[in-house]
Write a protein that binds this ligand. Structure first.
Ligand code: FES
Ligand SMILES: [Fe+2]
Length: 343
C-alpha cells in the first residue's frame, strides 16, 4: 500500500513548542520564491519545499520524495512539478506523483503521496495553511485590515531570531517594554514609565492597553485571530518623521522550529497622496535604519533569554496579555494533540 509521510501524533508540548496547527502562518517573503527556482524552508519544525508554477502561483510541499524520502528541494523545477534528483520521480503541485520515469506505469503514478499545503500571498508574504487533516478545507484567511486598507502604505520587514516563537509574540503583547528597552529610540522616549493595563475583548481577539496613557508611546496592542494570528500596534512618530499618522506595525511570528522564529513586521503608516510619497522616501532614507536599531534591541533581548525563562517567572499586572496568550495557546495545543491522538 502506498504510504504518505506525515509527522503523526504530536504531543501538546511539541505543538506548543513548534506552533499551532490548523491555522495559517506566514512562511516567507514572496520574493524568496522566484520563478523557476526551488526554495527549501523549515517551518513548524518540518521541512518544506516551495516553488512557483509557470503561472506564477506558489506551491508548498513536504520536502520528502514519496519514493525513498530524498529531499525534493534538491530536485529540478519542471514548470508545474518537481522532479526528484535521486531517481527522477515527478511530483505535481498537489502532491500527486505524475511520473515515475524509471518505471513507466508504476502504480505510484496518479497517487497523492506528498503533503501539500494551501498557500496565499498577502502583503508581499507567503502564508500557508498548516492543517492536520488534508481532507479538511482551510479556514478562511481574513487579511489583517491595515494590509488591505487603501490609505495604508506598508513595508514588509522580515527577520529570523534564535528565540522560541512564543518569546517573539509575547514581546509584542508586552507594550511596557517600549518605555524601558526602547527608551532611547527616536519614537519611544516619551510618556510615563509606570502604567496600569487592561484587556479589552473584541470579536476576533483582544486589546491589551494602558488605561492611563494613549498616543504617547507603545501604549496598546491588539491581538487578532482571523485564520492567522497577528497583532496590530501603534507608536506615535515625532515631527521629524514627516507628515502622516502614527507608525503602525502588523506583526506575525512563525516558528521555524522550537528554538527559532521567522518574524514578519509590516511597518505602516496611514498616508495618502504626497504624504505617502514623503513617508516612503523618509522610510528608505532615514527611518528604516532607526527601526532596525529598535528591532535589534528586541532581538538581543529575546535571543539572550534563557530557553526556559518562562518556567520561573514572577509576573505582575503588566503581564496579563502574556498570561492570556499562553493560556490560549496551551489549551489549543492540548486540544490539537488530543484530536491527533484520537484520529
Ligand atoms: S527518492 Fe526520490 S525518486 Fe527516489
Ligand atoms: Fe520592542
Amino acid at each position: 500500500m502506498a504510504r504518505v509521510y506525515s509527522p503523526g501524533a504530536l504531543s501538546a508540548e511539541q505543538i506548543f513548542a513548534t506552533g499551532m496547527r490548523d491555522q495559517w502562518h506566514a512562511v516567507c517573503p514572496s520574493d524568496w520564491v522566484e520563478r523557476g527556482a526551488i526554495r527549501k524552508l523549515e517551518r513548524l519544525g518540518e521541512q518544506w519545499v516551495l516553488y512557483r508554477q509557470s503561472d506564477g502561483r506558489v506551491r508548498m510541499l513536504a520536502d520528502r520524495c514519496p519514493h525513498r524520502g530524498a529531499p525534493l528541494s534538491q530536485g529540478m523545477h519542471l514548470g508545474d512539478r518537481i522532479a526528484c534528483q535521486y531517481h527522477g520521480v515527478q511530483v505535481g503541485s498537489d502532491g500527486t506523483v505524475l511520473s515515475v520515469p524509471g518505471m513507466p506505469g508504476c502504480n505510484l503514478e496518479g497517487k497523492k503521496l506528498v503533503r501539500s499545503l494551501p498557500v496565499q500571498e498577502v502583503g508581499g508574504a507567503i502564508l500557508a495553511w498548516f492543517g492536520t487533516d488534508p481532507d479538511v478545507e482551510p479556514a478562511p484567511l481574513q487579511i489583517p485590515d491595515p494590509l488591505a486598507a487603501d490609505d495604508v502604505s506598508a513595508f514588509l520587514c522580515y527577520v529570523e531570531w534564535d528565540a522560541p516563537w512564543r518569546f517573539g509574540l509575547e514581546n509584542l503583547l508586552d507594550p511596557m517594554h517600549g518605555a524601558f528597552l526602547h527608551h532611547e529610540s527616536h519614537s519611544m522616549f516619551g510618556g510615563a514609565q509606570s502604567a496600569r493595563f487592561r484587556i479589552r475583548e473584541t470579536d476576533r481577539g483582544f486589546f491589551f492597553e494602558k488605561t492611563d496613557q494613549r498616543g504617547v508611546n507603545f501604549d496598546w496592542v491588539e491581538f487578532n485571530r482571523t485564520g492567522v494570528d497577528w497583532v496590530d500596534l501603534e507608536i506615535p512618530y515625532p515631527s521629524t518623521a514627516g507628515p502622516g499618522g502614527p507608525f503602525g506595525i502588523v506583526g506575525m511570528v512563525t516558528p521555524i522550529d522550537a528554538d527559532r522564529s521567522a518574524v514578519f513586521f509590516w511597518r505602516y503608516r496611514r498616508v495618502t497622496g504626497w504624504e505617502r510619497d514623503v513617508w516612503r522616501f523618509l522610510y528608505r532614507t532615514t527611518l528604516e535604519d532607526r527601526h532596525w536599531a529598535v528591532l535589534e534591541q528586541d532581538r538581543v533581548m529575546l535571543e539572550h533569554m534563557a530557553h526556559d525563562a518562562d518556567q520561573a517567572e514572577n509576573l505582575y499586572q503588566h503581564d496579563l496579555g502574556v498570561i492570556r496568550l499562553r493560556r490560549m495557546y496551551k489549551n489549543q495545543a492540548e486540544e490539537q494533540a488530543k484530536a491527533l491522538t484520537d484520529a
